[in-house]
Design a protein around this ligand. Structure first.
Ligand SMILES: Cc1ncc(COP(=O)(O)O)c(C=O)c1O
Length: 459
């Protein structure tokens, strides 16, 4: 007689849990020395440089930063093979929202690594697949009509699935309305939706995307103009519009945000015309003060399809009942690794405890960081860190003269001085931060000193 399932016994085993706790304690104890930024150490530098060079040769293109992590990190700090420690304000471009070596994430990862398989698939899922899908629906359906979640392995693939769902629903319509400066990913079609010619050099143009300007806070007629252009596209392509795709806050395109009032007329018009609305939340997911930026903006009722990734440790496409694709349209071998899916669940569970809402930690981190940038812009770095802002953990400022050269020079100087971040936009070129939600006041002070030093070094 089988009384218990082995998988359940393993998942609930006290001794496995004790062992896992011991590992986590060991990792924490060993990592205690990672307390703040540190310059590279002579004795590790040569070997690390050779390693970085080899990676560049192997992949056919050098790394942007001479960065190879050792696998150790603590909160916002990460240790590199050259012996340096950086304060990490880019987090794998938005993957490590809880920083490095967060105990809840470690615990979930190690437990999941005891399961029988590494990669889970859409044919043979394990329980993490089900729990993560259910969690997404629970969070996503609170303030929207979203009902289903299909897991995949990247934001781009989630986007492909979203587009397929919209096009099938509106078949045979093919045109996509997207924003100027949009970023949707790197697959062939997502690169086409992305408004950056540098990312499609040498590729054929499919001419299936119609552009609408994003909100411009300096133009009082910005909303009217966008609506007018939107309407003219629809009039010209009546019956051939498959969807409206937008980022509730633009990421790569320059960290541009817009008020609810900008989106409402566009969304009302979509509703009137029966155009499916696809919110690309690959970057905004969990970052704007609510789990979904459509909640922060109060536009959830309009959303038919929503894509998420990064923070999730996987990709997912959420859709309403009507937009649920017919069998055969979306599938694929991989749904994600057991460790990734379990970590995604742990991260969402953790973020439910005090991070969201008006006074949640996301909003506190935002305020501390933006205040710090503004303070610098008004004092020692006068006028050299302009327009600091964004939403929640997505913060940017326009540094120096806003040119690409200066922005990149600043990134490299920050890196040298112990702070890692990245750029966005394409004129002005902006300094962008994907802040970890665990950043505290003293970490922000560390950032302030490095940013100030780096900006002044360049002037
Ligand atoms: C808004 C948005 N959509 C889609 C993507 C593509 O996601 P991935 O890089 O996981 O394919 C990104 C990635 O940066 C993004 O920011």
């Amino acid at each position: 007689m089988v009384e218990h399932l082995v998988g359940n016994l393993l998942a609930e085993s006290k001794s496995i849990k004790q062992n896992i706790n011991q590992i986590i304690d060991q990792v924490s104890a060993a990592s205690e020395v990672i307390t703040g930024p540190r310059a590279p150490l002579k004795k590790f530098e040569d070997k690390a440089k050779a390693h970085v060079d080899k990676v560049g040769v192997n992949r056919g293109r050098p790394l942007f930063y001479p960065y190879i992590g050792t696998g150790a990190g603590r909160g916002p700090y990460v240790e590199l093979e050259d012996g340096s420690v950086k304060i990490d304000l880019i987090n794998g471009i938005g993957i490590h929202i809880l920083g490095h070596s967060h105990p809840s994430v470690l615990r979930a990862s190690i437990q999941a690594a005891t399961s029988d398989i590494v990669m889970q698939g859409n044919l043979q899922p394990n329980k993490e697949y089900s729990v993560l899908g259910e969690k997404l629906i629970q969070l996503g359906s609170k303030n929207s009509r979203l009902k289903h979640a299909w897991l995949t392995t990247s934001g781009s693939m989630a986007g492909e699935n979203a587009l397929k769902a919209c096009r099938q629903y509106k078949s045979p319509a093919k045109m996509i309305i997207a924003m100027k400066n949009a970023f949707a990913g790197r697959s062939m079609m997502m690169a086409e939706i992305t408004d950056n010619e540098n990312y499609t050099v040498g590729l054929p143009k499919y001419n299936e995307v119609l552009r609408v300007p994003f909100y411009n806070k300096n133009d009082p007629k910005s909303s009217e103009k966008s609506l007018e252009i939107f309407k003219s596209h629809v009039a010209k392509h009546e019956g051939d519009i498959s969807c409206f795709c937008f980022e509730p806050m633009q990421g790569e395109g320059g960290y541009n945000s817009a008020p609810r009032e900008f989106f409402l007329p566009l969304l009302d018009f979509c509703k009137e015309k029966g155009i499916p609305v696809w919110a690309d939340e690959v970057q905004t997911f969990c970052r704007t003060g609510e789990f979904f930026a459509f909640e922060t903006l109060g536009i959830g009722e309009y959303v038919d399809v929503c894509t998420v990734a990064k923070t999730l440790q996987a990709g997912a496409t959420l859709f309403t009942e009507e937009l649920n694709p017919k069998p055969g349209l979306v599938s694929g071998t991989f749904a994600g690794s057991s460790v990734a899916l379990a970590s995604g669940i742990a991260i969402l569970n953790e973020l439910e405890n005090g991070y969201m809402g008006k006074d949640g930690k996301v909003s506190q981190v935002h305020n501390m960081f933006v205040d710090m940038l503004n303070e610098l812009n008004e004092s020692s770095c006068r006028g050299l860190l302009r327009d600091a802002g964004g939403m929640g953990l997505m913060v940017a400022a326009t540094p120096l003269d806003g040119s690409k050269e200066k922005m990149i020079a600043l990134l490299r100087t920050l890196y040298k001085n112990g702070l890692m971040t990245f750029g966005c936009g394409k004129g002005p070129f902006r300094l962008r931060f994907l802040l970890p939600a665990i950043l505290n006041k003293s970490d922000v002070e560390v950032c302030k000193k490095i940013i100030e030093k780096s900006v002044l070094e360049l002037t």
